[in-house]
Ligand binder design. Structure first.
Ligand code: GLP
Length: 261
């Protein structure tokens, strides 16, 4: 796991965009894993700028989302498919038909999860997965207690996640759905490269557990310690509880310029 501590969230967003740009240059038809939440927004903004400047193109790329609320109507602005359209698809030149998520409106949700797993596999798997982290250490919507081998399935959101996400629903926690479909931890671990971004002091404990805690279903993000290629991009506030922060900084500063992520 490579841990990079930047002085600002902006800088972390640029580093994530660098990793994506490098992948797309190598493999224009790459499969990206895209995440919702506020953390990846700086990445999407930066990618949008680079696409506008013609320095990169996502025209041949595909993207799969991590998760979706169950039951939010198609026109709901917080439906994750709408969020990804507004925050990612509309800013870059990816083909909207090549961006998909689990179907939270399916009559048969269990089958929708299987269909989604198959679609990812048929696309050849995810080359680079962007991830945020919840204050309780969740990744996608894999809440504490999730099986570290889980696949895409229905989950019940914790009170903490619903309170955290109420800000997107006008502050009304009752408007936040109770259920979601989410890629499992086992699904996420199959991505070839995982880039997790986190900023702010509220994430510091979850980040400490992710990087330095014991692997445990109580902090689902700790499963990433089992993956051979994870990049964790932090601002100083999110890194504030890391015991080995100075070692991570020294390692990154001493990294040869030819060695990318
Ligand atoms: C939601 C999403 C996660 C995201 C998390 C953190 O619960 N399902 O994928 O990582 O929020 O969001 P934020 O980056 O806004 O703190």
């Amino acid at each position: 796991m490579e841990v990079v501590i930047s002085s600002t969230p902006d800088e972390a967003g640029k580093l994530a965009a660098d990793a994506i740009e490098e992948l797309i240059r190598r493999r224009p038809e790459a499969v990206l894993g895209v995440a919702t939440g506020s953390s990846p927004l700086l990445i999407y903004d930066e990618l949008g700028r680079r696409v506008a400047e013609d320095s990169v193109s996502l025209a041949k790329a595909r993207a799969f989302m991590l998760d979706e609320y169950v039951g939010l109507p198609e026109e709901h602005p917080q439906r994750y498919l709408s969020v990804i359209r507004d925050e990612f698809v509309d800013k870059v030149d990816v083909d909207p038909a090549q961006v998909s998520g689990p179907d939270g409106l399916a009559a048969d949700l269990a089958t929708a999860c299987e269909v989604y797993e198959r679609a990812i596999a048929e696309a050849g798997g995810i080359d680079l997965q962007i991830l945020g982290i919840g204050t309780d250490g969740h990744i996608a919507f894999n809440e504490p207690g999730s099986s570290l081998a889980s696949r895409t399935r229905i989950k019940t959101l914790t009170g903490q996640t619903r309170r955290d996400n109420a800000r997107f629903f006008g502050g009304n926690v009752d408007a936040v759905p109770r259920h979601c479909l989410t890629q499992g931890i086992g699904t996420i671990l199959e991505a070839r490269h995982i880039v997790l971004v986190a900023s702010g002091r509220r994430k510091a404990e979850a980040v400490h557990q992710l990087v330095e805690g014991p692997v445990s279903a109580m902090w689902p993000a700790t499963a990433l310690q089992l993956h051979p290629h994870v990049t964790v991009l932090l601002d100083t506030a999110a890194a504030s509880r890391l015991q080995l922060a100075s070692y991570y900084i020294e390692t990154f500063q001493g990294k040869p310029s030819w060695q990318g992520f």
